[in-house]
Design a protein around this ligand. Structure first.
Ligand code: OAD
Length: 243
């Protein structure tokens, strides 16, 4: 693997257009459970009970209980060396895009700027009546939080199962995948669309594609590099020669 890391480092450090896609795996070393791992959060909470528009319409208190639990969990953790390595990379690449499926906001906290949060952000809330968007970092939003402007019910501004992704953000993500020279796919199981197809678009556009994951995924077959290990260890090695 050392040879692969050296080779990929050389490619990355001489590229002007780099795109990265991250998933829950990059935040695992911060202490957040992944979705589908052994300690995946859905073991105790059926996703269909808590992360769909239907669940929210039927039982908004249960959904808010779940999101308050996640807010609380998040408030106890911070970004790790993997997140930091991507900030360093951003600072050295002319055309850089970080696409994340994570709603934990840890890339933002670490300092990533050219960031597309395609599934939203857990700290953002949106009024279901007037659409007002607000950042609210409360650990506990209460049972049924209300909009300060119109008293409408607030919801987490995240994309739930069965909802569409913001077409503008998604368009930018596909452009960044198609137009890059190198794409890194970090800590994602690669089974949730449309994010899962981004690496294929990059490959078809002529990019070198590399996967960094604890294990092989359905995407591994079309990767130029498959680096097996922890994101918080491999990413710093890839950017170590950048100052
Ligand atoms: P998953 O839980 O499906 O996958 C996490 C991936 O990270 C797995 O492939 C693990 O092998 C890998 N992994 C775990 N720890 C790692 C580490 N330290 N370093 C590197 N890799 C590691 O999470 P996602 O792929 O992010 O969508 O899930 C995608 C989407 O499915 C989520 O955004 C969410 C979920 O349903 C929505 O909420 C809309």
């Amino acid at each position: 693997m050392e040879k692969d890391i050296n080779e990929l480092r050389e490619i990355i450090t001489t590229s002007n257009r780099v795109t990265v896609l991250t998933g829950a795996g990059i935040s695992a070393e911060s202490g957040l459970p992944t979705f589908r791992g052994a300690d995946g959060i859905w073991r105790n909470h059926e996703v269909t009970d808590v992360a769909t528009p239907q669940a929210f319409a039927g039982d908004p208190e249960l959904v808010w209980e779940f999101y308050n639990w996640r807010r609380n969990l998040l408030s106890k953790v911070t970004f790790n060396d993997g997140h930091k390595a991507l900030v360093k990379l951003e600072n050295h690449v002319d055309d850089f895009t970080l696409i994340t499926q994570n709603v934990d906001g840890l890339h933002r906290e670490a300092g990533s700027k050219r960031l597309l949060e395609i599934h939203g952000n857990l700290w953002d809330v949106k009024c279901t009546q007037c659409g007002l968007l607000n950042l609210d970092r409360s650990q506990d939003m209460g049972r049924l939080p209300k909009c300060t402007k119109c008293e409408g019910l607030l919801r987490p501004n995240v994309v739930w199962f069965g909802e569409s992704l913001d077409p503008d953000i998604l368009g930018k993500a596909f452009d960044a995948a198609r137009n890059c020279e190198v794409m890194l796919i970090v800590g994602t199981s690669g089974i949730v669309q449309p994010a899962a197809s981004l690496s294929l678009h990059a490959k078809q556009g002529g990019a070198v594609v590399a996967e960094i994951n604890l294990e092989k995924t359905p995407q591994s077959g079309h990767m130029n590099f498959v680096l097996t290990g922890k994101a918080g260890e491999i990413l710093p090695m890839l950017v170590e020669s950048l100052d």
